[in-house]
Design a protein around this ligand. Structure first.
Ligand SMILES: Cc1cc2nc3c(=O)[nH]c(=O)nc-3n(C[C@H](O)[C@H](O)[C@H](O)COP(=O)(O)O)c2cc1C
Length: 192
């Protein structure tokens, strides 16, 4: 792309959030007081503090998972790869109110190490969280989770992901997804 010759078109305000996509897509597993676990696909998730270690996920109040997280105040952020793209889309289209997503997606429950909610074995990495705080932001709630445990596939993650081994899912919008093609080598910068 020639960055000097770009011509910018107006984007409807309601669609402007799509300018921040593709977003790293995660599967959040949670469980209510009744004990039936659920999974929700989320594109709106991010780290938000190193010390204390916090992650934020944004969930609309009408989602079944919203009620479950408010009930038990914990959740697991699982990182899916392109190997389970179809299942990831399914968990983002069906509701746990009338589906058993673990069963229907043929996912294996991995007992949570520090939380009651199970992790998803078929995901490459897992971040277990206790609810730290929540903020209503318009038509979504930001749940801030304090990370109390984390684990990842030994081959796919050392200090960072090996992108040849773990092809993470990025949400472009609607039913469209992308993955990262390769690592780029940082251009040399003078020290600032
Ligand atoms: C790729 C993708 C990303 C999504 N991201 C979010 C999100 O960030 N926040 C949200 O509230 N819903 C998001 N959704 C929608 C929920 O995953 C969807 O409504 C789901 O069926 C809710 O499940 P539940 O009712 O069992 O909680 C996303 C869906 C897809 C397919």
């Amino acid at each position: 792309m020639n960055t000097k010759r770009m011509r910018k078109a107006k984007i409807a305000i309601g669609s402007a959030y799509r300018l921040l996509h593709p977003m790293h897509t995660v599967l959040v597993s949670c469980v209510g007081k009744k004990g039936k676990p659920n999974i929700i696909t989320l594109a709106w998730a991010m780290p938000t503090s190193i010390n204390p270690p916090l992650v934020a996920i944004s969930i609309a109040p009408r989602r079944h998972s919203h009620a479950l997280i408010e009930e038990t105040k914990e959740f697991v952020v699982n990182i899916p790869t392109m190997d389970i793209l179809k299942e990831t889309l399914f968990c983002g289209r069906a509701s746990g109110r009338n589906h058993d997503k673990f069963k229907e997606a043929s996912f294996t429950r991995l007992r949570g190490r520090k939380v009651k909610a199970p992790a998803i074995k078929e995901c490459v990495a897992h971040i277990e969280c206790k609810l730290h705080s929540q903020i209503t932001t318009g038509d979504h709630t930001i749940f801030v989770g304090e990370i109390i445990e984390a684990y990842a596939d030994k081959e796919a993650f050392k200090k960072e992901y090996d992108l040849k081994k773990a092809k993470m899912i990025f949400h472009l919008g609607g039913n469209d997804f992308a993955t990262l093609a390769q690592k780029v080598f940082t251009p040399k910068l003078r020290t600032y």
